[in-house]
Design a protein around this ligand. Structure first.
Ligand code: SAH
Ligand code: SF4
Ligand code: F3S
Length: 441
C-alpha cells in the first residue's frame, strides 16, 4: 500500500457536543501526524467512529456501521472505535467486530500518535482505555475546529453524579475541571483567530471547579464575555443541582452571555427524581427556574425529559406533563427510558412497556408543541440579532440563530448577502413551534 493512501482517515461522529468537539481534537491530532481527512469510507485507510452510548439505539448505530463496511476490511482498511461505546465495551469490541484494531476512550486522545504508530506496526488490538481517572488536563495539543466563527471549549470532563439511568460516569470517568487560566488562554486565542462565539462544554458545565480556585463558573462566563472580539458566550449542559443564581446574574450583567439556559429536569415527579438520584425535587427545580423567569432579561429555557423510568406511574407522568406548562420551555428533548449497562436502574424492573413509553413520549411532545407555539408567537414583532449560519437556497432565506438559541430564517433586500458568521438585526414576522421567520431590519 502506498504511503499516500496509508495516511488518509475517515471519521464519523455520534452523540453530544462533547463528542463533536472531541472529534475536532482527534482530527487536529491526526492532521498533525500527517494524515489527511477524506469524505468517504472507501477513500480512507483508517476508518474511525466516535461513538455514543447514551441510549441503546445510539450504541447499536456503531455496530451497524461496522457491519456495513466489514467487507472493506479485506482491502487493508483499519477500523477504530472511539468515544463512549469504546470506553464502555472496551476489549469486548474486538470480539464483536474482529476487524477493529483500535478501541480508545475520550481521555486517551492525547496518546493517539503513539496508538497510530502501533497500528502502523501491525498491532491488531490497540487500546486507549484506562486513564480516565488520572488524566487531569484532557486537552490535546491540536484542535481542528470546523466552524471559523463559533468554537467549543471543554472546561470540565466526566461526571460524578451517577444518575440511576446514565452511562456517562462510566464512559467519561470522574469529574475534572481545567484551570480558569487555561480556559481563558484558549478563549483569547480563539478570539484572536476571529471566533466571535464561544461555547463552553461539560457533561455538567456548571459543576466547573477551578483547580486554582481563582474563578467560579459565573465569574469564568463573565471573564470570557470580556475578551475583546467575543460577542457570544454559550454553555451546555447545566445540572440543576449546581445551578446557582449568580449564573442568572452574570447573564443579566453581561450582554455577551447568551440569553439561553439548557437545564435538564428529567421528570416532574419528586418521587421519580429521587429514584433517578437527581438530588433535587420538583419544587427545588421550580425555585431555580423562578430566578430565570424573574431576571431583568428574557432568558430562554430548554430542558430534557425522560418518560417511562422504571416504576413511573400514570400520575407521576402527569406531573411531568404539568411541568411543561409551569416551565414554559422553548424546547424540550424527550427520551424514552433506555436500560443501560452498568447503571443502577438496570436492576430495577423496566416495568413500562415500550408502547406505553411511546404513548407518553407522544403526549409530551404534543403538549410541548402547544407551549412552544404560544411562546414563539410572542416574539413576532421583536427585532432580534442573529448570527448568520447558512442559506436556504430553495426558500430564498438566510438561516440565523438568536442569542436565545432560536432559529430565525429571514429574507434580505436584493443585492444584500450577509456573510457567514456576521451579525444582523432581524424583524420577526412569523412564528412556528420550532423556529421564527423574519426580514432583515
Ligand atoms: N449531564 C446532563 C445530561 C447529559 S445526557 C444532565 O444531567 O442534565 C443527555 C440526556 O440524555 C439526559 O439529560 C437524559 O435526558 C438523556 N438520557 C441519559 N440517559 C438516558 C437513558 N438511559 N435513557 C433515556 N434517556 C437518557
Ligand atoms: Fe448522566 Fe446524571 Fe451525569 Fe447527567 S448528571 S451525565 S444524566 S449521570
Ligand atoms: Fe453520548 Fe458519551 Fe455524549 S454517551 S451523549 S457521547 S458523553
Amino acid at each position: 500500500m502506498s504511503g499516500q493512501q496509508e495516511k488518509t482517515f475517515y471519521l464519523e461522529t455520534f452523540g453530544c457536543q462533547m463528542n463533536v468537539h472531541d472529534s475536532e481534537k482527534v482530527i487536529g491530532t491526526l492532521v498533525h501526524q500527517g494524515y489527511r481527512q477524506v469524505e468517504t469510507v472507501e477513500e480512507a485507510h483508517l476508518v474511525l467512529y466516535n461513538t455514543c452510548s447514551i441510549r441503546d439505539k445510539a450504541e447499536q448505530k456503531v455496530f451497524h456501521r461496522l457491519n456495513d463496511y466489514k467487507k472493506l476490511q479485506a482491502q487493508g482498511k483499519k477500523f477504530g472505535v472511539l468515544g463512549c461505546v469504546a470506553q464502555q465495551e472496551g476489549e469486548k469490541i474486538f470480539e464483536k467486530a474482529p476487524y477493529v484494531s483500535l478501541v480508545a476512550g475520550s481521555a486517551s486522545y492525547r496518546n493517539l500518535p503513539a496508538m497510530l504508530i502501533q497500528i502502523g506496526a501491525g498491532n491488531k488490538r490497540v487500546t486507549g482505555l484506562d486513564d480516565r481517572e488520572t488524566d487531569l488536563t484532557f486537552e490535546t495539543d491540536f484542535t481542528a475546529r470546523t466552524n471559523p466563527h463559533r468554537g467549543y471549549i471543554t472546561i470540565i470532563e466526566g461526571c460524578d453524579k451517577f444518575c440511576a439511568y446514565c452511562v456517562v460516569p462510566y464512559t467519561r470517568g470522574k469529574e475534572r475541571s481545567r484551570t480558569s487560566d487555561s480556559v481563558l488562554a484558549e478563549a483569547r486565542q480563539m478570539a484572536d483567530l476571529g471566533y466571535t462565539e464561544i461555547q463552553l462544554l461539560g457533561q455538567n458545565v456548571n459543576a466547573f471547579a477551578d483547580p486554582l480556585g481563582k474563578k467560579t463558573f459565573a465569574e469564568l462566563l463573565y471573564a470570557i464575555g470580556e475578551i475583546p472580539g467575543t460577542r457570544r458566550v454559550r454553555f451546555t449542559t447545566s445540572h440543576p443541582r449546581h445551578f446557582s443564581k449568580d449564573i442568572v446574574d452574570a447573564i443579566v450583567a453581561s450582554p455577551r452571555l447568551c440569553d439561553h439556559i439548557h437545564l435538564p429536569v428529567q421528570s416532574g415527579s419528586s418521587r421519580v427524581l429521587k429514584a433517578m438520584n437527581r438530588e433535587y425535587t420538583r419544587e427545588m427545580y421550580l425555585e431555580k427556574i423562578a430566578w430565570i423567569r424573574s431576571a431583568a432579561k428574557e432568558i430562554s429555557l430548554t430542558t430534557d425529559m425522560i418518560v417511562g423510568f422504571p416504576g413511573e406511574t400514570e400520575a407521576e407522568f402527569e406531573e411531568t406533563v404539568t411541568l411543561l406548562h409551569e416551565g414554559q420551555f422553548d424546547g424540550v428533548f424527550t427520551f424514552k427510558y433506555s436500560p443501560r449497562p452498568n447503571t443502577p436502574a438496570l436492576s430495577m424492573i423496566d416495568s413500562i412497556a415500550d408502547a406505553e413509553k411511546s404513548k407518553r413520549l407522544q403526549i409530551l411532545q404534543e403538549r410541548q408543541r402547544e407551549v412552544q407555539r404560544a411562546n414563539y408567537e410572542k416574539r413576532v414583532g421583536q427585532i432580534l440579532e442573529v448570527m448568520v449560519e447558512g442559506k436556504n437556497e430553495a426558500r430564498g432565506q438566510i438561516i440565523g440563530r438568536t442569542s436565545q438559541n432560536i432559529t430565525l430564517n429571514f429574507t434580505v433586500p436584493e443585492n444584500v448577502t450577509p456573510a457567514m458568521g456576521s451579525y444582523v438585526n432581524v424583524l420577526v414576522t412569523r412564528s412556528f413551534p420550532n423556529s421564527l421567520v423574519g426580514e432583515m431590519a
